[in-house]
Design a protein around this ligand. Structure first.
Ligand code: SAM
Length: 287
């Protein structure tokens, strides 16, 4: 097997197969072994692991993971690329599935390849156009993910790990914190991709855990989304429409804010996950 994480291999195979890169599928191939190694090391693979890879492309990560993991199930939307990978990757423990990763039922796909319900790791150099829905799908899937190691745009990585009060803090930060412990593994310059994307990237590792707060999830995220709909509004004004929808009066809203010990004039971006949880519970009590 030639060294595939190099610009010359990637350009060569694309030329040989007459393949034209499809921008609409976010195709930026990783061409630096150093970053391949860092991503795979962050996943901390062992021979019994099942890995779900999204968007294997030409297989730089897939190839490395086939050596270190037990089974790799790789979902690729592009029929041509899936075909090239089938031809070039000689690894019996890799299952290439041609599909849209956002549309398919991952549990069914895994079960169809012999998975029996044990821990799974998700590893991906994600196509940028599906980053957030894909991460939310993984976090909300209920699958026993032990870790998610994903390459995303740097700006999205910053939002994922942001703390209250920072400019990057928002719904995504709170959703990620609700479901997992998140850390940035490494920043990644655009120069290590072919073709180079327009932005820099970062690798983020999420370790799922039971929700860190007690408020019911649906209502909690209704409150969070309302609080960030217009960032410049105070929390009280942001929640007015939601309170109406829940048939709560202005007095109820004030009382809930008071009970949750949240200043009515604060902005949502100042509130932690715990604050939102207390506030949601105080609102529900008054419904
Ligand atoms: N893993 C390869 C690498 O690191 O070089 C390719 C990464 S490239 C950023 C994203 C890959 O995801 C491409 O192969 C693209 O065709 C594939 N892709 C895009 N949208 C997809 C989707 N909805 N489901 C599955 N694969 C998708």
């Amino acid at each position: 097997m030639p060294k595939i994480s190099t610009p010359s291999y990637v350009k060569g195979i694309l030329r040989e197969k007459g393949y034209a890169i499809k921008k609409r599928f976010g195709q930026n191939f990783l061409v630096d072994q150093n970053y391949v190694d860092r991503i795979v090391a962050a996943a901390d693979l062992s021979p019994t692991d099942w890995v779900l890879e999204i968007g294997p492309g030409l297989g730089v990560l897939t190839h490395e993971m086939a050596v270190q993991a037990g089974q790799v199930v790789a979902l690729e939307i592009d029929r041509e690329l899936a075909g090239i990978l089938q031809e070039t990757l000689e690894a019996p423990n890799v299952h290439i599935v041609e599909c849209d990763a956002l549309q398919v039922d991952w549990r069914e796909v895994l079960q169809g390849r012999g998975w029996r319900g044990g821990a799974v790791k998700l590893v991906a150099n994600l196509p940028y156009y599906i980053t957030t829905p894909l991460i939310m799908k993984a976090l909300e899937s209920g699958l026993p993910f032990e870790a998610l190691v994903v390459m995303v745009q740097r700006e999205v990585a910053d939002r994922m790990v942001a703390d209250p009060g920072s400019k990057d803090y928002g719904v995504l930060s709170l959703a990620v914190q609700y479901y997992s412990q998140a850390e940035i593994v490494t920043r990644v310059p655009r120069s290590v991709f072919y073709p180079p994307p327009e932005v820099d990237s970062a690798v983020v590792k999420l370790v799922p855990r039971p929700p860190a707060v007690t408020a019911p999830q649906d209502e909690l995220f209704q409150v969070i989304r309302a609080a960030f709909q217009q960032r410049r509004k105070t929390i009280r004004n942001s929640l007015k429409a939601l309170a109406d929808a829940w048939e709560l009066s202005g007095d109820d809203l004030d009382a809930a804010l008071h009970e949750a010990e949240i200043g009515a004039e604060l902005r949502g971006e100042r509130l932690s996950l715990n604050d939102f949880s207390r506030l949601t519970e105080a609102l529900i009590k008054r419904c």
